[in-house]
Ligand binder design. Structure first.
Ligand SMILES: [Zn+2]
Length: 460
C-alpha cells in the first residue's frame, strides 16, 4: 500500500467548487418508488433538506489517521463535516440533534468503483459458464426491460447500496437511468455512459450518438453527480471508436471507464486473433482490430485510451510490462474480485499493481455476476488474495476507491471540509481491532447511512 501511505496523512484539500444545483423543483421533489418491488419507499430528499447533526460512536474510523475510541462527528448544515475527534472535544451546539451508537463504528461511506445498477432485479437470470455466451445472454435479457424497468432497477439498486453502507457509486450502463436516480436522490457518483461498436465504419456515428446522449443527460449533473463515458471493451468496440472517444473525453475532461483485461477469451482475441470473440467478429464480417499480438492493456495504451481519467475495470489478465504501462499512464483500476471468481477469470495482481503505484479501488460488478452487492465481502476477498491487513482492506473500499475515481478531495475519509458521507455499522465481537470487527459485520449491521449529511438509510 505504498502509494496510499504516501498520501494518507496529507492535509485535507478543500473540495472542488460547487457545481450547478438541480432546478428548484427537483430539489423539493420526493421520489416515490412503487410497483415492481412492492412496498412504497421514499427516496432521500436532496440537499435542501440537510440538517446539522452530531453523531457519536464507540469507534470513529476517519481513514485519515488512527481510529478514535468514543469519537464523534459534527455535520454542518451545508452537508459537510465540520468537526471530528474524541467525543469530549467535538462541539455540541445547542439545538443540534445528536445520536449515539456506543456499540458501532462510524466510518466514511463505502465507495463502489464499479457496478451496473440498471441491472438490479436480474440476479441469477444469466448462468452460462462460458463468458462470451454469458455476455450474449445478458444482452438478450436487457432487450426485455423497458425504460421504466431500468429506472425501477436503478432506484432499487441505489437503495440497496445505501442499506449496505455505500455512498458513492461509479456505475456503467447505457439506459441513462442511474444518473437520473442519482440526481433525484441527491446522491454521489459517476455515471459512465456506455458505447458499443466493433465495426470501424460505425465509429463516427457511434461517437456522435454518445455525444448526443451525454448532452441530453448533462442537465442531471451537479458537483456530486458526474457523467463519464465508457467504451465497453476491446471485444465490442473498434480501435477507431476507442481512439475517438478517448480523445473526446480528454478534451471535455470526462472520466472514462473501460472493461479491460477481464477474461482469457479477450486476451486470446487480442494476442492471437482467435477464440470465441474472434469467431463472433468473423461471423459478423467485422474486420479484426489492427495491432493484434499484444495484451489488452498494451492494446489500450497503443490506442491512447489510458490516462489519469481512465478507470480500467477488472485488469486481471496482465502480461509482463502491462502493470508498468498502467502505472506510467496514471490510469486507475476497479478491482472486482468476486465477479472475477464467479466467471473464472482468475485473480488480478493487485499487490503488484498497488506496489507499482497504480490507484486501485474496489468494485462489485453487477448483481447478474455476483447476486447481492457486498463491498465488505469484496474487501475480505481482496485481502485474502493480496495479503492485506484489515486496515488496508477498509482503505481499499473507502479512501483508495475515492483516489481511483479522482474524488479523494471530496469523499473517502472523514475530515473537516469533506462531504459528510458516512455509515454507522454495528461491531460484532469477532476480531481484535475495530477494522477486523467491521470486516466481520454483515449488511444487517448497517444501522445508518448519510450522504452529504442527509440520512438515506436507517435500520432500527
Ligand atoms: Zn462490469
Amino acid at each position: 500500500m505504498r502509494h496510499q501511505h504516501r498520501e494518507r496523512f496529507q492535509p485535507c484539500r478543500r473540495p472542488a467548487r460547487r457545481g450547478r444545483r438541480l432546478p428548484r423543483a427537483a430539489q423539493r421533489r420526493v421520489v416515490v418508488r412503487r410497483g415492481l418491488w412492492g412496498e412504497l419507499a421514499q427516496f432521500p430528499i436532496p440537499r435542501a433538506e440537510v440538517r446539522q447533526r452530531r453523531i457519536a460512536a464507540g469507534w470513529v474510523l476517519p481513514m485519515a489517521g488512527a481510529p478514535i475510541e468514543r469519537g464523534a462527528v459534527l455535520i454542518g448544515a451545508h452537508g459537510r463535516i465540520q468537526s471530528i475527534g474524541p467525543d469530549h472535544v467535538v462541539p455540541r451546539p445547542p439545538g443540534v440533534p445528536a445520536s449515539e451508537f456506543p456499540d458501532a463504528a462510524l466510518l466514511p461511506g463505502l465507495i463502489n468503483t464499479h457496478t451496473h445498477l440498471e441491472l438490479t432485479g436480474f440476479e441469477g437470470l444469466v448462468t452460462d459458464p462460458e463468458f462470451p455466451s454469458w455476455i450474449r445472454g445478458l444482452r438478450q435479457l436487457k432487450t426485455t426491460r423497458t425504460p421504466d424497468g431500468y429506472l425501477q432497477g436503478a432506484r432499487r439498486g441505489l437503495a440497496d447500496c445505501y442499506a449496505a453502507g455505500v455512498t458513492t457509486i461509479a456505475d456503467t450502463g447505457d439506459s441513462g437511468s442511474v444518473i437520473r436516480v442519482l440526481a433525484e436522490a441527491g446522491g454521489s457518483g459517476i455515471a459512465y455512459q456506455e458505447v458499443f461498436g466493433p465495426h470501424p465504419a460505425q465509429a463516427e456515428d457511434s461517437l456522435a450518438g454518445l455525444q448526443r446522449r451525454v448532452q441530453e443527460l448533462s442537465h442531471l449533473t451537479s458537483s456530486r453527480v458526474r457523467i463519464g463515458v465508457s467504451p465497453h471493451a476491446p471485444y465490442t468496440v473498434s480501435a477507431a471508436l476507442f481512439r475517438s472517444v478517448a480523445a473526446w473525453s480528454k478534451e471535455e475532461r470526462l472520466p472514462l471507464a473501460v472493461h479491460a483485461a477481464e477474461s482469457q477469451e479477450e486476451t486470446e482475441f487480442l494476442l492471437a486473433g482467435s477464440g470465441p470473440f474472434a469467431q463472433a467478429w468473423r461471423e459478423r464480417n467485422i474486420p479484426f482490430p489492427d495491432s493484434l499480438g499484444i495484451g489488452p492493456m498494451a492494446w489500450l495504451s497503443k490506442h491512447q485510451v489510458l490516462s489519469p481519467l481512465t478507470l480500467c475495470i477488472h485488469a486481471v489478465q496482465l502480461g509482463p510490462g502491462e502493470i508498468r504501462l498502467l502505472a506510467d499512464s496514471g490510469a486507475a483500476v476497479a478491482h472486482c474480485p468476486r465477479s472475477n471468481r464467479a466467471h473464472g477469470h482468475g485473480t488480478a495482481p493487485i499487490a503488484a499493481m498497488i506496489g507499482a503505484g497504480v490507484r486501485v479501488g474496489l468494485g462489485t460488478d453487477s448483481v447478474v455476476s455476483i447476486g447481492r452487492l457486498d463491498l465488505l465481502a469484496e474487501a475480505r476477498m481482496a485481502g485474502q488474495q493480496a495479503g492485506l491487513s484489515a486496515d488496508q482492506q477498509l482503505e481499499l473500499c473507502t479512501i483508495a476507491s475515492a483516489r481511483a475515481l479522482n474524488l479523494e478531495a471530496e469523499v473517502g475519509s472523514l475530515e473537516p471540509g469533506k462531504w459528510a458521507d458516512c455509515t454507522v455499522i454495528r461491531l460484532p465481537h469477532t476480531g481484535e481491532t475495530p477494522a477486523e470487527r467491521l470486516l466481520a459485520s454483515s449488511q444487517d449491521d448497517v444501522l445508518r447511512t448519510y450522504v452529504g449529511g442527509k440520512e438515506v438509510h436507517r435500520s432500527e
